[in-house]
Design a protein around this ligand. Structure first.
Ligand code: AKG
Length: 274
């Protein structure tokens, strides 16, 4: 079971920028695994017109991954990314759990309204996968940076199948490439900063959860095994964040005006296509 973080754990998180939280409920994990496979295979109605879906690359190179756009891209488990999962009841139930509300209260303040910037399935299909270069999770369109990402392993995540790699403490380096629209490092910056002696491979059991500070340098490799590496990454942000100077339209999940499960159910059935 997932438990609220102790003061000692918060201290550790402040120092290194990531923290393993424990394991989610097994039945809920199974529901999420089944649901994401059904979404990929088109086996169940889903709000596809609202979901950003991207196929995996054929080469392992980031530039070769498929187009990122809304809509189903074929009956295959070879998706790299599926976003907008906060609109799916199975994932909504998980990401609105009280443990995550507590975390957001600690990071953004107990009275803050919190939105989901993105709730995305990140996949490294068996013997495939796409290298994800070193980056910090921030976007120049926003007037303040999101600070908290919750990453949940839906399969074993290992060095072999492309688990997340981090540079402990790097969330305290400041923004390394502030002009980059989404926080990616150049090859030269990665070679200089993300040296093998500094890299920690965040290996996890299925259902294990790690929280990542959004400024923590992280990356992930291709999958060199026959075990898929499915995962859910949820980025929570201050709901008052301005997007290109305008109020954002992202779904609020905690605090005043938060979406309810009934609203999610209604949206999901209104938009579901087979
Ligand atoms: O799942 C991965 O390989 C990386 C995920 C990531 O960059 C993120 O969750 O922000």
């Amino acid at each position: 079971m997932l438990h609220n973080i102790t003061e000692a754990q918060w201290k550790e998180y402040d120092e290194v920028g990531y923290l393993k939280l424990g394991r989610m409920d097994g039945a809920q994990l199974k529901a999420m695994q089944d649901r994401i496979d059904a979404i990929m295979l088109g086996d169940a109605p889903a709000p596809y017109d609202r979901m950003l879906m991207q196929l995996d690359s054929e080469t392992g190179a980031y530039e070769d991954a498929g187009q990122q756009s809304k809509g189903h891209k074929g009956r295959t488990l070879n998706y790299r990314k599926i976003q907008d999962l906060e609109w799916d009841p199975t994932f909504f139930d998980y990401l609105t759990g009280s443990v995550f509300e507590d975390l957001c209260g600690r990071v953004y303040g107990p009275e803050k309204r919190v939105a989901v910037f993105r709730a995305m399935f990140m996949n490294k299909p068996a013997n495939k996968g796409t290298f994800l270069p070193w980056h910090q999770d921030r976007w120049t369109a926003f007037d303040r940076d999101p600070l908290l990402t919750v990453w949940t392993a839906m399969d074993p995540a290992t060095k072999e199948n492309g688990c997340v790699q981090v540079i402990p403490g790097s969330h305290r380096y400041g923004l390394i490439n502030p002009a980059h629209g989404s926080g990616f490092l150049s090859k030269a910056q990665s070679a200089a900063i993300c040296t093998p002696d500094r890299i920690v491979y965040v290996e996890l059991e299925p259902g294990e959860v790690v929280i990542l500070h959004n400024h923590l340098l992280h990356a992930s490799d291709v999958n060199r095994s026959s075990q898929s590496r499915r995962a859910l990454s949820v980025c929570y942000m201050d709901a008052d964040t301005l997007d290109k100077g305008e109020p954002n339209t992202l779904p609020v999940v905690f605090g005043r005006g938060a979406l309810t499960r009934a609203e999610i159910d209604a949206a999901a059935s209104a938009l579901a296509t087979a």
